[in-house]
Design a protein around this ligand. Structure first.
Ligand code: DGL
Length: 268
């Protein structure tokens, strides 16, 4: 690691694949002057069905990659990696995940404190969201449900097909019946299903997207440490461990614009 790390160093953003681009989008919207380095572990995606040991190992590799690139902070944009690996890893720069930010945002909007959480099988099995939510507010009732079919549906671009609506109904009926007033979209891919999910749950259920909550938290951490850039155009560089062309094509859907500067980096 370089001792020159400071305000002009880039922010490292990590995801298992391309879903973390929703977090890149939220960070770029808030902090346009920052340089961003993205590492998408497309050779190993999905993490959501893998074991803790495997997810911790892959995340450690990503952290090493960022430290080699002299980042000033690391954002674990992947909910699964945040849930399983973040508590196990340390780094000499600030490191934050999406779960605490998402939980805090959910508690801020919920009125009846019946909160639904959806995510990959690994995220839900880890109980990371309920643990954090209960720590922040022991009174809240949490209804968590894994939604493993959502990731492939989003990656296929099936954002509002009939099949997607049926899967949404199947997964979310128990949460609707429980009377939740807030649903945490606890996976990078789920904000792209916000329309179908919102249609099914109705206007009284607020959808919380961890990506924007995480961007807001990152901004205050950088500001607090005197590391927030307020001048300059900002840049973005994307590294993937496999399939750069596919990443560019599908990634534009997540980012809402074309992706430039995609580089291959071998997985370690
Ligand atoms: N990025 C993952 C998450 O937010 C979803 C994709 C995967 O399973 O790797 O949990």
């Amino acid at each position: 690691m370089n001792s020159e790390i400071g305000i002009n160093s880039p922010i490292g953003i990590f995801d298992s694949g391309l879903g973390g681009l929703t977090v890149v989008k939220a960070i770029r919207e808030r902090m346009a002057c920052e340089d961003v380095i993205y590492y998408g572990d497309t050779a190993h995606v999905p993490y959501g069905s893998k074991s803790k040991e495997t997810i911790v190992g892959f995340t450690q590799d990503a952290v090493r990659f960022f430290l080699d690139h002299d980042v000033k902070c690391i954002v674990i944009a992947c909910n699964t990696a945040t849930a399983l690996a973040l508590p196990e890893i340390t780094a000499p720069v600030p490191m934050l995940g999406v779960i605490e930010a998402g939980a805090r945002a959910a508690l801020a909007v919920s009125k009846n404190h019946k909160i639904g959480v959806i995510g990959t099988s690994a995220t839900i099995a880890s109980e990371a969201y309920p643990n954090v939510l209960r720590k922040m507010n022991p009174e809240c009732a949490i209804y968590a449900h894994p939604c493993p079919l959502f990731v492939p549906l989003v990656e296929e671009g099936w954002l509002d097909r009939e099949a997607t609506k049926m899967v949404v109904k199947e997964y979310l009926t128990p949460l609707k019946m429980a009377g939740i007033d807030t649903l945490v979209l606890g996976c990078t891919h789920y904000p792209l299903l916000a329309n179908v999910i919102g249609e099914f749950l109705g206007p009284d259920v607020k959808l919380v997207d961890s990506a924007s909550a995480c961007a807001a938290e990152l901004e205050s951490i950088l500001k607090e440490r005197g590391l927030l850039r307020t001048e300059g155009a900002g840049s973005e560089t994307f590294f993937v461990t496999d399939g750069a062309a596919k990443f560019a094509e599908t990634g534009s859907r997540f980012l809402g614009r074309d992706l430039q500067a995609i580089k291959f980096t071998p997985s370690r």
